[in-house]
Design a binder for this molecule. Structure first.
Ligand code: ATP
Ligand code: MG
Length: 465
C-alpha cells in the first residue's frame, strides 16, 4: 500500500537506485525479463560472472527489447580482457586487429563480446585533419564505455542475473519518450565520427524514434564531413541502411536532410527523373517487404535496381551515336559501373550479377521461337523476372509483358505454344543468312559465374564498432 502511494506521488523513481552517476532500473520498472535474452548470450554473461568478471548485454539489443522489438543480435560488454574471455570459453576466438573483440561460439550462435572501452581524451586522440577519430581502442570501465557510445538509447547495460538496467545517460527515459539523443555535444561527436549522422537517420527511421532537436541540428552544417569517411565504411553503412527493412523511409529521410549527395551518387541523377525515382522507390519498398517476409535480399539486385535508369540513359546515348544494341548495352554497363566505382565502392564482386540482370532484361521482349524457353532455363531467370516486374510496376515497360511471363513460366506445353508470338527474328535470320544479324536482337547468354555474389550474405562490419 505504502509502495503504491509512493509510486503515485514520486512516479517510477522510487524504484530506481542511483550509484555514482549510474541509475539502476529494476525489472519491475523496465519490464524486460531475462528469458528475452538469447540462451547463448546468457551463457556468456553467466560464464564471465561466475569467473568473477562484470558482464552485461549492451547496445542495440537492450534498446530493442525496451521498445518491444526483436533484437538482431546480443552484444556483450565486460571488464574481462579479450585474453581473459578466451580463457573462460574454450570455443571462442579473438577477432579484429584495431580493436580486439571475442567471438564466443555456442552451436549456431556467435556472441560478440567486447571489453569496456573509453573515449580517448582529445589531447591524446589520433585524428585526421577534420577531427575524425582514427583510433578508439583503449580499455576503460563501464561508465567510460557508456560515454563513448553514440546515442543514450544505445548506452544501456542489462544484467541478466539480476535483470537490472544500468543507465549513465538517461537513456531509459529517452527510450520511453521515443527520443534518439546523442551523448555529449552532438557536433563534437559527429566530427569524431561522421557516420553517426547516417546512424541517426537509419536508427530513427528503423525504430520510429524522433531525433532530439539538438541531435538533428548540426547535421545540415556537418554533412560534408561524410566525404572524408573511408569508402568501405560508407558502403557498410549504406548496406545496413538499405537492408534494414526500412530502406524507403531511410532514403526519404536522407533526402529530407540533404545527406544523400555523394553517398548514393546515383540517386542524385536518378531521383531527378520521375520514372527513375518511381523505379528506385519501388525497388526499396520491394526490398523492405522481402525483409519483413523473412525472404533473402541480394545487395547485387538492389544495386542493379538503383543503377538501372543510369544504365538505360547511357544505353540510349550509345545507340544514338550508332552503336548496335548489344555493344551499346555492354558499353553502357561498363560506363555506369566505372563511374560508381569512382564515387562509392560498390565491390566489384557484385558486377557480374548486376550485368547478368541487366543483360537479361531485353531478352524478355523476345517472345518467339525457342528464346522464351531458353530464358526460363537461365539460372538468373527468377531474379531477372522480379526485376522485370519492378520495371512494369514503375511504368517503364508495358505491364502486359510481366503478365505474359507470369503465365508463360507456369503454362503447360500446348498453352506455351499458343502464347508464343510469330518468330520474326528467326525469319530475318533465315532471310539474311548472316549469323551476326541475330546479335542485333538476341543478347548473349550469361556466362557461368565465377563467384556467386548473388547468394552471398553480406557481412557487415562496422569499422569503429
Ligand atoms: P542495429 O540494431 O542496427 O544493430 P545497433 O545500435 O546495435 O543497431 P551496431 O552497429 O550493432 O548498432 O552497434 C552496436 C553498438 O555499438 C551501438 O548500440 C552503439 O552503442 C555502439 N556504436 C556503434 N557504432 C557506433 C559509433 N559510430 N559511435 C559510437 N558508438 C557506436
Ligand atoms: Mg547491433
Amino acid at each position: 500500500m505504502i509502495k503504491k502511494l509512493f509510486k503515485r506521488v514520486f512516479g517510477k523513481s522510487v524504484h530506481t537506485r542511483i550509484e555514482g552517476r549510474c541509475h539502476i532500473i529494476p525489472q519491475d520498472v523496465h519490464g524486460v525479463r531475462r528469458d528475452k535474452i538469447s540462451p547463448a548470450a546468457r551463457k556468456v554473461t553467466d560464464g564471465l560472472q561466475a569467473a568473477g568478471y562484470a558482464a552485461f548485454v549492451v547496445g542495440g539489443a537492450v534498446r530493442d527489447l525496451l521498445l518491444d522489438r526483436h533484437p538482431k543480435d546480443f552484444d556483450i560488454a565486460t571488464d574481462a580482457t579479450p585474453e581473459e574471455v578466451r580463457r573462460v570459453f574454450r570455443r571462442s576466438r579473438i577477432i579484429g586487429r584495431r580493436f580486439r573483440l571475442v567471438h564466443v561460439l555456442f552451436g549456431e550462435e556467435t556472441v560478440e563480446t567486447s571489453t569496456f572501452r573509453r573515449m580517448i581524451e582529445s589531447e591524446e586522440a589520433e585524428t585526421d585533419e577534420h577531427g575524425r577519430l582514427l583510433r578508439d581502442n583503449q580499455f576503460g570501465d563501464q561508465e567510460q564505455d557508456a560515454a563513448r557510445r553514440d546515442f543514450t538509447a544505445n548506452a544501456l547495460f542489462y544484467d541478466p542475473s539480476n535483470q537490472e538496467i544500468y543507465d549513465y545517460h538517461d537513456g531509459y527515459a529517452d527510450v520511453c519518450s521515443n527520443t534518439l539523443r546523442m551523448i555529449g555535444d552532438p557536433a563534437v561527436r559527429y566530427r569524431e565520427d561522421p557516420v553517426r549522422m547516417l546512424r541517426a537517420v537509419r536508427l530513427s527511421a528503423k525504430l520510429g524514434m524522433n531525433l532530439e532537436p539538438a541531435t538533428a541540428a548540426p547535421i545540415a552544417k556537418m554533412k560534408d564531413l561524410l566525404g572524408n569517411v573511408p569508402q568501405a565504411r560508407l558502403l557498410d553503412e549504406m548496406l545496413k541502411l538499405l537492408l534494414s527493412g526500412h530502406a524507403l523511409e531511410c532514403v526519404k529521410k536522407l533526402r529530407d536532410m540533404d545527406l544523400h549527395h555523394g553517398l548514393l551518387p546515383m540517386l542524385d541523377v536518378i531521383l531527378k527523373q520521375p520514372m527513375g525515382e518511381r523505379f528506385v522507390m519501388l525497388a526499396l519498398q520491394n526490398t523492405d517487404l522481402r525483409i519483413h517476409e523473412g525472404k533473402s535480399v541480394s545487395p547485387a539486385f538492389l544495386f542493379a535496381a538503383l543503377l538501372w535508369h543510369d544504365v538505360l540513359s547511357a544505353w540510349k546515348a550509345h545507340q544514338d551515336v550508332g552503336e548496335r544494341p548489344v555493344a551499346a548495352l555492354h558499353a553502357a554497363m561498363d560506363e555506369v559501373l566505372n563511374r560508381q566505382q569512382a564515387q562509392i565502392a560498390i565491390p566489384r564482386r557484385y558486377d557480374t550479377v548486376m550485368k547478368e540482370l541487366w543483360l537479361l532484361q531485353p531478352r524478355f521482349e523476345q517472345r518467339g521461337g525457342q528464346r522464351p524457353v531458353r530464358l526460363l532455363s537461365q539460372p538468373r531467370f527468377r531474379a531477372a523476372y522480379d526485376f522485370l516486374l519492378l520495371r512494369c510496376e514503375s511504368g517503364e515497360v508495358d505491364s502486359q509483358l510481366g503478365l505474359w511471363w507470369d503465365e508463360f513460366q507456369d503454362a503447360a506445353d500446348d498453352r506455351r505454344a499458343e502464347m508464343l508470338l510469330p518468330d520474326d527474328v528467326a525469319k530475318k535470320r533465315r532471310r539474311r543468312k548472316k549469323p551476326s544479324a541475330t546479335a542485333q536482337v538476341e543478347l548473349p547468354m550469361g556466362q557461368p559465374l565465377a563467384s556467386d555474389a548473388f547468394a552471398e550474405t553480406v557481412m557487415i562490419d562496422d569499422a569503429l564498432h
